[in-house]
Design a protein around this ligand. Sequence first.
Ligand code: NAD
Length: 433
Amino acid sequence: MRIAMIGTGYVGLVSGTCFSDFGHDVVCIDKDAAKVDALRSGRIPIFEPGLESLVSSNAKAGRLRFTTDLAEAVPQANAVFIAVGTPSRRGDGHADLSYVYAAAREMAEYLAPGTVVVTKSTVPVGTGDEVLRIIREVRPDLDVSVASNPEFLREGAAIEDFKHPDRIVIGCEDERGEQVLREIYRPLFLNKSPIVAMSRRGAELTKYAANAFLATKISFINEIADLCEKVGANVQDISRGIGLDNRIGSKFLHAGPGYGGSCFPKDTLALLKTGQDYEAPLRIVEAVVAVNDNRKRSMGRKVISAMGGSVQGKTVAILGLTFKPNTDDMRDSPALAIIQTLQDNGAKIQAYDPEGMEQAAALLSGVTFCDGAYSALEGADAAVIVTEWDAFRALDFARMKQALKAPILIDLRNIYVRDDVEGKGFTYIAIGR
Ligand code: NAD
């Protein structure tokens, strides 16, 4: 199959590269000329494990190319995927669909008859209808199919997720759309990843329902963690105790500083807006969003109380900035609100993250970025683990004690065992235990 992928960010680049690795002929298109130049010369603009070598091998094999020019890719394509961003619209939380609609309008004049246009971006119900309307506006007589194929990959494990998905959701309004998508995903289907075919609107909504459900699990266990702290129980016991029940499942039951990232915060908000527009309010999701909003700054207050109730003039070492490990993505990371809360209360911040410091520097001010975990701890009054990077899972406590002014460890990801840390002479504060 010949595939054009419009938008070469986390999703477009990973999807395009994996499709080419299946043997399809893929051209990735992006408006950002610097990104395209970098990719052409073998540099990967994002951090994603395994991606660099996969891009390089497929580019060498001639199956993967990069361009800024739609005319180079769209006319020959059997399928044109839209994988541009759908951030929250400023002010009201609706998904900002301007990039999706711009892509539809721009591609329209180049589409050959019979092409399948596929929305891979996360888009609200009805967006496919509008994409079709826009294309028809430019090309009233064009024979075209518009389908939905939401993406479920996780940053940090994106290639593995793309190549071994739990399921592939395709939403089509005609047979051609379904046939082309089945052919594109055939290599995975052979590996027994089920294809779940449904209507276009159903596929659009499935993506939001999935993210809202996962966000619900996180907010649920975070509230249970708060209760555990009050009643003297350990939230990790509860997670295991309920997670082993197959009906519940153990994933997304790790208490922590609240969810962040480029998807859950914006997608839960956008789903709420869709619910309001259709007069079907989603009260559970409303509560999930409110609980999470409150949680991020409350984690800052937790640090302050662990440090004796005031951080005025004190230095806090922050280990981990990205919203989760194995990514450089800082979008809506809990670290942003935690650091802001600490700064608002007069703290100085020394921070280290293995991959996220460049992106973090663009979003944070007044932070001293350090070149390693131990240099971030140097002279600090407490250490806070915000992201559970592997590099922080086996810290040398003797070295930490030497570097820190006071041996206080606040572990917002519950990666240490209390007795071990306290045995080394630290005050240890964790989540829900
Ligand atoms: P991103 O911001 O990393 O990438 C989007 C890219 O699209 C950018 O490089 C931008 O320059 C390009 N672009 C925008 N308009 C364009 C146009 N008209 N023509 C060509 N290029 C254009 O975004 P992302 O994180 O890859 O997310 C893309 C979509 O996938 C979003 O809807 C998101 O919700 C969804 N999604 C993301 C993830 C994730 O983990 N990041 C997972 C699943 C789904």
